[in-house]
Ligand binder design. Structure first.
Ligand SMILES: [Zn+2]
Length: 223
């Protein structure tokens, strides 16, 4: 069985899931084990560099690198393309200097044990400005994803997905939820979080209740 960075390639259906980029209506299909890394990057890109454009973003794609027999990291769900019509492959400097600086700052935040986790196609000799990919082994990427979600810290409070959340709920699982639906992650479920939950539920196609029950958690956790 072929592998790429320690992932089975192409990714079997069970290894990928479709997620919503927090705070947007953009859906990305990604490797479950490392999805928080690329979703976080896409969220930060949307907030800090350029708004994500519907229909111009993608993740998992079981294909080889054009003109070669090598698998693309899209084939393991470990790469994303953002705003592809605006930043086509082969064109240099499709971002302004200020946007490029912001991209560098974001990539710097996705580090673990001093190693950058994600690399950018804008740095390739044949530039691919839309493209971002995980550039460490599966083991290192999983460790980084866990650290990013705070699950590497000592257990405190309910685990995400272990209870129903509604207005008034408080805890680390609320903060986790807030990061996924694009609300401020203060760990307190108030009206603003409820609005974000409703919006999320509308987009992913579960009953729009504002209450995070098992059906909504299933969508968030890709289970
Ligand atoms: Zn790509």
């Amino acid at each position: 069985m072929a592998t790429l960075l320690g992932f089975t390639v192409p990714a079997p259906g069970a290894a990928v899931a479709t997620y919503l980029v927090p705070g947007t209506s953009i859906k990305l299909t990604l490797a479950r084990e490392v999805a928080p890394l690329l979703l976080g990057l896409a969220r930060d890109f949307d907030r800090e560099v350029e708004e994500l454009i519907p229909g111009q973003c993608g993740g998992f794609n079981p294909r080889r690198i054009a003109g070669t027999s090598s698998w693309s990291r899209h084939a393991i769900g470990a790469a994303v393309d953002l705003n592809w019509l605006v930043h086509p492959q082969g064109r240099r400097n499709t971002f302004t200097p200020s946007q490029r600086a912001k991209i560098r700052a974001i990539l710097g935040r996705y580090s673990h044990n001093g190693v950058k986790i994600i690399r950018w196609g804008g740095d390739y000799s044949r530039p691919d400005d839309m493209h971002f990919e995980i550039n460490v082994s599966r083991t290192a990427a999983i460790a980084a994803a866990k650290a990013l979600q705070g699950s590497g810290k000592p257990a405190g409070g309910p685990k995400p997905g272990s209870r129903t959340l509604r207005i008034g709920a408080v805890g680390p699982d609320v903060a986790f939820l807030q990061r996924w639906v694009g609300a401020k992650d203060d760990g307190r479920f108030g009206p603003a979080t409820q609005d974000r939950v409703r919006r999320y539920q509308r987009i992913v196609g579960v009953p729009v209740t504002g209450v995070v029950d098992a059906r909504t958690w299933d969508k968030i956790l890709g289970r």
